[in-house]
Design a binder for this molecule. Structure first.
Ligand SMILES: [Zn+2]
Length: 155
């Protein structure tokens, strides 16, 4: 196993070692990366490609990680398109985080009330956390996870 548990509290590591529970669990597991529904933001199909290793930067990838990363981002984005019909998305990566992860934030009709572009990503996430909280929203999220799991199982 490439993951090594850290002595400090890292959110990315807590996902990898199962300490942090999140909707649907791992949707897809590669050798070096996992795909999960974002563990905090209830936007259906908001996927995170999370490194198994505790590294901060793409510049720390090994050649094998580099190769798998391209494939896994492709698989994640294709799943969003083919299983959920999500035609556009933002790919967001911030090296301020100590544990490498890539956000693939889909664009929904309701997001158009925000200014187009990456500067609205945080506002959209905050809005989703505060507003997508009804039983219907939870049902939509669970349904999207079921569809994605089926998609990943079949590839
Ligand atoms: Zn970590």
């Amino acid at each position: 196993m490439v993951h090594k548990r850290q002595d400090f509290n890292c959110f990315g590591c807590s996902i990898q070692n199962g300490e942090h529970k999140f909707p649907g669990g791992f949707l897809y597991s590669g050798r070096y990366f996992n795909i999960v529904q974002d563990p905090c933001i209830p936007i259906p199909g908001f996927l995170v490609v999370n490194a198994k290793r505790h590294i901060a930067s793409i510049a720390q990838f090994t050649p094998s990680e580099t190769k798998e990363f391209t494939q896994i981002v492709y698989i994640a984005r294709k799943a969003m398109l083919e299983a959920l019909g999500l035609k556009t998305a933002y790919l967001v990566q911030e090296e301020r985080s100590c544990h490498f992860h890539l956000w693939i934030l889909p664009e929904y009709e309701w997001m158009k009330k925000f200014k187009p572009g990456i500067s609205s990503a945080r506002k959209i996430m905050r809005y989703a956390t505060e507003h997508l909280i009804t039983k219907r929203d939870q049902g939509n999220l669970a349904k999207s996870i079921r569809k994605l799991k089926k998609y990943f199982k079949d590839i």
